[in-house]
Design a protein around this ligand. Structure first.
Ligand code: ZN
Length: 800
C-alpha cells in the first residue's frame, strides 16, 4: 500500500490512512510494483514519446474534450451552463477522467504549474456536477428533455447493458488515485470517495444485485481501497465480480460465473479489465478461485488468441476475441484499449506469480500493438490496429467514441511504473529503458541507474547505488525473444531455433548466473557504484505462426528484440508491399536511420515483387530490395500499403493487378470516401462475401437508397460483360447483397442501360455475371438499389 501524505489532508482521511499503517499490513500482491513516482525515465526511445504525450497529446485531448462538449456536460450538470445539450455517449465523462489521470502522471514526471492549475479548475467543475448523495454521471444529472436512450429512466436500471454508469465511476477512481499520488491533493479523491460511498450504500447482497455492464469499476475500487484503507470498497469490488453471470451475455463475460470462465471470450476490452480486476481482488483478498480462472484464460490467449504485435480482440463484430487461431490481419480489430488492458493484466499476472513470461507479453504489447495506437506527432490515433492495409486504414484526429485516445493519453506517462518491482529484498528489473530510480527494499534504500539504447541495442548497463553496502537480490528479466521464445506457448516461434548466449558482467567481469522463472538471479553484497551489464543477443529474426493460423500460412514476420516490423509502401518500390515475396532463407541486415520516423532500425533484404499479366496465370516476378520498419511507426506518412506478415510462398502473395479495363480506369461513386474506391478493381477475389481480409467498398450506414459506382475508361473500349462480387457481412454486420442492380453505359453524354443477354442475378459468395450486347464506350456505370434496412458493399467489379 502506498500512502503519500497530502498537503491539504482531510482529517478523516488522514486517520484512515494512519490507522491502516498502524494496525497492520493489508494483504496485497506478493510482488509490489515500484511506483511511477519513484522512477525517473530519461531514455532515448521513451522520453521523447512521453514528452510528445505531455506537450501535444494531453493538451490536445483536453482541448478536444472541451470542443466536443465533454466539459460542457459537467458544466450543465453543475448548473454552471444553461441548456440540456449533451455530447454523444454516456461514457464521455471518462475521457475527461482519463485525461486527468494522464496529466497527473505527466506532472509527476515533469512539473507543469499551468496544467496543474487547469486540472484544479476542471476538478472544481466535476465536483459541482456531483449530486448531493455522491452520484456523478452527467448524462442523467443534466435532465435533458430527451434523455439519451442508453441511460434508463432511473439510476442503474440499464447498468448491465448500456448505461456505463459504473464504468464512469471506475475511471473516476483511477483518475482520483493517480491525481492524489502525483500531487498529494485530495480534491478529486474526495469526490471519488463520496461517489464510492454511494455505491457501497446502493450495491451488494440485499441491495441492488447487478453487475457492471462495462468492467473497470473493480480495478478502480481496488485502488480506492489501497489508498483509503476502506475495506467496503474491496468488498464491493469482489461483489461486482461474484454477482456476474451465469444469466447474462458472453458479450460482456456475464454468461458464466467469473470463476467458471476458462477461455477468453466476448468484448476484449471489458474482458481484459475484468481479468485485471480479478487479479487485483485475488491479491487483496487471498481468494485463489479467481486465479484458476485467469491462469487458464491467460493460457488460452497466449496460445490461441494473441497477435504477434501483442494485440488482442481479433474481430470487429462485438469488438471481441475471435475463435482459437482466428487472427485475420487486414481486418484485425486489436483495439488500442485492449492492448492497454493486456498490459494491465499481464503486469498483475507477474505481480502474482513472479514469472517473466508475463512481462514478455507486456513488453511485446507495449512496443508494438499499443504504441501503434498514437502517431509520432501525438495527435492522430488508431482505434483498431490492423496488421495489413491497402490504403484503407489511417489514424484519426478524433473519434466520437474516444476511449482509445484518452487511454493512450493516460497510459504513456504511467510507463515508469512498469520498469521495476520488488519483494522484500528482491528487486526485479522488468523493462529496459534509461532511468534513475530510488527504491526502498527491506534492507535499505537503493538508487538504480539504467543506461541503454534498447530497443535498438541489446546492451543494458545497470548501476547499483545502495545508501549503505547491503545484501539483496537483483532479478533481471531475460526476455523470451533472447531465448528464441518470442511468446510463451506455441503460437509463434522463431525460424532460427539456436539461442545465442546472454552474458551478464558484474563490474566488468562475465559472471555465471542461475535463472529462476525467467530472471537472472544476482545475489550479492552490493556496494555503491557496482555495475551490472546485460548483453542480450539482438538479431533480426523471422517469426513463424502456428500452422493453425490460416492467415499467416506461407508467411513470416520480422522481429528484432521486442520490436515487430512491417513492410510499408513508402519504403518499397511503387509504394506497394502486398505483392512482395521474400525467400525464407534470405539474409536480412538492419541499419539505424536517425532521420527516419524519429530514429528507427530499418531491415533490408533481397526479395521479389509479383505482378499479374493478361491472359496468363503466370506471375511476372522482379527482383527488388525489400525494406521493413517498426510496426509501431507505420501510418505516419499518409495512407499506404502495409503488411506485418511477409509472404515467402507465392500463394500467400497478392500480386499487382494486371492492366485490365477496370484496373486502368478511374472510379467515381455516390460514396464520399474515396479511399475505398481502389478496392473494387484490385483483382483480389474474396473467399466469401463476408471476407474482411481484403479491401471492399461499402455504403454503410446508408440503406434503402439508390447508389452507383462508375468506371471511367482510359480510352474507348468495347465491353459486353460485367462481373460483380458483393460484400455482405450478415448476420452481425450492416451490409447485405442489394435488392437489384443494373449496368448503364455512356452514349453521347447520356447514360443508357445496356441490353442484357443474360439475367441480372444477385447472390452471395460468388461473382454475379451479366452479359450484354457489346457497346463501345468510355464509361460504365452500375446503379444499385440498397435493401430497405441494410446497406451494401462491393468486393470486386470486373468488366470485359
Ligand atoms: Zn478503445
Amino acid at each position: 500500500m502506498m500512502i503519500k501524505k497530502g498537503k491539504a489532508a482531510g482529517l478523516l482521511l488522514s486517520m484512515i490512512a494512519i490507522s491502516s499503517m498502524v494496525f497492520g499490513q493489508q494483504k496485497d500482491y506478493p510482488i509490489q510494483p515500484v511506483a511511477f513516482t519513484s522512477v525517473h525515465v530519461n531514455d532515448k526511445f521513451w522520453e521523447p514519446k512521453m514528452e510528445v504525450n505531455a506537450n501535444v497529446t494531453i493538451p490536445y485531448v483536453l482541448a478536444q474534450c472541451k470542443k466536443n462538449g465533454r466539459m460542457d456536460n459537467f458544466l450543465r450538470a453543475g448548473k454552471q451552463l444553461d441548456g440540456d445539450k449533451l455530447s454523444e455517449f454516456p461514457f464521455d465523462d471518462t475521457d475527461v477522467y482519463k485525461a486527468i489521470e494522464g496529466a497527473s502522471y505527466a506532472m509527476q514526471n515533469k512539473k507543469n504549474p499551468k496544467l496543474d492549475r487547469y486540472i484544479d479548475t476542471l476538478i472544481g467543475i466535476i465536483g459541482a456536477a456531483q449530486e448531493p448523495d455522491g452520484y456523478l454521471y452527467t448524462f442523467r444529472t443534466v435532465h435533458a428533455k430527451k434523455p439519451h436512450e442508453w441511460i434508463g429512466d432511473k439510476r442503474w436500471v440499464n447498468e448491465e447493458i448500456l448505461s456505463h454508469e459504473l464504468y464512469d465511476c471506475g475511471h473516476l477512481y483511477e483518475a482520483a488515485v493517480a491525481h492524489y499520488q502525483a500531487t498529494g491533493k485530495r480534491t478529486l479523491l474526495n469526490i471519488a470517495i463520496k461517489n464510492a460511498d454511494l455505491l457501497v450504500k446502493t450495491f451488494g447482497p440485499g441491495k441492488i444485485e447487478e453487475y457492471p455492464g462495462h468492467q473497470i469499476v473493480e480495478i478502480g475500487l481496488s485502488k480506492m481501497y489501497r489508498v483509503t484503507g476502506n475495506k467496503q470498497y474491496l468488498d464491493l469490488a469482489k461483489f461486482f465480480l461474484d454477482v456476474r453471470g451465469p444469466k447474462g451475455d458472453v458479450y460482456n463475460q456475464a454468461n458464466k460465473k467469473v470463476v467458471d470462465q476458462h477461455e477468453a471470450e466476448g468484448h476484449a476490452v471489458r474482458a481484459a479489465y475484468m481479468y485485471t480486476g480479478m487479479a487485483d481482488i485475488a491479491a487483496l483478498t487471498g481468494d485463489t478461485k479467481y486465479l484458476n480462472a485467469i491462469d487458464d484464460i491467460w493460457s488460452d490467449v497466449v496460445n490461441k488468441k494473441l497477435y504477434i504485435t501483442g494485440g488482442i480482440g481479433a474481430t470487429g463484430a462485438g469488438e471481441a476475441f475471435g475463435d482459437a487461431y482466428q487472427l485475420p490481419n487486414m481486418s484485425a480489430y486489436a483495439e488500442t484499449c485492449a492492448a492497454i488492458g493486456n498490459v494491465y493484466w499481464n503486469n498483475r499476472m507477474f505481480l502474482l506469480h513472479g514469472d517473466s513470461k508475463y512481462i514478455d507479453v507486456l513488453e511485446r504489447t507495449l512496443y508494438n500493438g499499443l504504441l501503434s495506437g498514437v502517431s509520432l506527432s501525438g495527435d492522430r490515433f488508431f482505434y483498431p490496429n490492423p496488421l495489413a492495409s491497402m490504403f484503407q486504414h489511417q489514424r484519426s484526429a478524433w473519434i466520437s467514441c474516444a476511449c482509445c485516445i484518452s487511454n493512450m493519453t493516460r497510459f504513456l506517462p504511467s510507463l515508469p511504473g512498469y520498469v521495476y518491482a520488488k519483494n522484500k529484498n528482491d528487486l526485479y528489473v522488468n523493462l529496459f529503458m534509461s532511468n534513475s530510480s530510488n527504491i526502498k527494499l527491506t534492507s535499505g534504500n537503493v538508487n538504480i541507474v539504467q543506461q541503454t539504447d534498447y530497443p535498438w541495442k541489446g546492451l543494458v548497463d545497470i548501476t547499483v547505488n545502495p545508501v549503505k553496502t547491503t545484501d539483496f537480490t537483483l532479478r533481471i528479466r531475460i526476455p523470451g525473444w533472447a531465448k528464441q521464445q518470442p511468446v510463451p506457448g506455441n503460437l509463434y516461434s522463431f525460424m532460427d531455433k539456436t539461442p545465442l548466449p546472454v552474458v551478464i558482467y558484474v563490474n566488468g567481469k562475465a559472471t555465471s548466473f542461475v535463472t529462476e522463472k525467467g530472471y537472472a538471479v544476482l545475489k550479492r553484497n552490493w556496494k555503491k557504484g557496482d555495475k551490472v551489464s546485460l548483453a542480450l543477443p539482438l538479431e533480426t529474426e523471422k517469426v513463424l505462426a502456428n500452422d493453425k493460423v490460416k492467415d499467416d500460412r506461407g508467411r513470416f514476420a520480422f522481429e528484432r528484440g521486442p520490436i515487430v516490423y512491417c513492410l510499408e509502401g513508402p519504403d518499397n518500390r511503387d509504394s506497394l508491399v502486398q505483392n512482395i515475396l521474400v525467400d525464407k532463407n534470405a539474409i536480412a541486415e538492419a541499419n539505424y536511420k536517425a532521420d527516419l520516423l524519429n530514429g528507427v532500425d530499418v531491415i533490408s533484404i533481397e526479395g521479389k515483387s509479383t505482378k499479374r499479366q493478361l491472359n496468363s496465370d503466370k506471375l511476372i516476378e522482379t527482383d527488388q530490395k525489400v525494406k521493413a520498419i517498426p510496426y509501431y511507426a507505420w501510418a505516419n506518412r499518409g495512407p499506404s500499403e502495409m503488411t506485418v506478415w511477409v509472404p515467402y510462398e507465392a500463394s500467400a502473395a497478392s500480386p499487382k493487378p494486371a492492366p485490365t479495363i477496370a484496373s486502368t480506369s478511374t472510379v467515381t461513386s455516390s460514396l464520399k470516401n474515396v479511399r475505398m474506391y481502389g478496392a473494387i478493381k484490385d483483382q483480389y477475389e474474396p473467399s466469401s462475401s463476408g471476407d474482411t481480409n481484403y479491401p471492399y467498398l461499402h455504403w454503410w450506414p446508408a440503406h434503402n437508397t439508390n447508389e452507383f459506382v462508375q468506371y471511367n475508361f482510359n480510352a474507348a473500349h468495347t465491353v459486353s460483360e460485367s462481373k460483380v462480387y458483393w460484400y455482405d457481412d450478415g448476420p452481425w454486420g450492416g451490409c447485405r447483397i442489394p435488392v437489384s442492380y443494373k449496368i448503364l453505359y455512356l452514349k453521347d453524354g447520356q447514360w443508357v442501360p445496356v441490353k442484357n443477354t443474360s439475367p441480372y442475378t444477385v447472390s452471395k459468395d460468388n461473382f454475379n455475371t451479366v452479359t450484354f450486347e457489346p457497346v463501345n464506350t468510355t464509361a460504365l456505370k452500375m446503379e444499385i438499389q440498397l435493401p430497405v434496412d441494410n446497406s451494401t458493399g462491393i468486393h470486386e467489379w470486373a468488366v470485359k
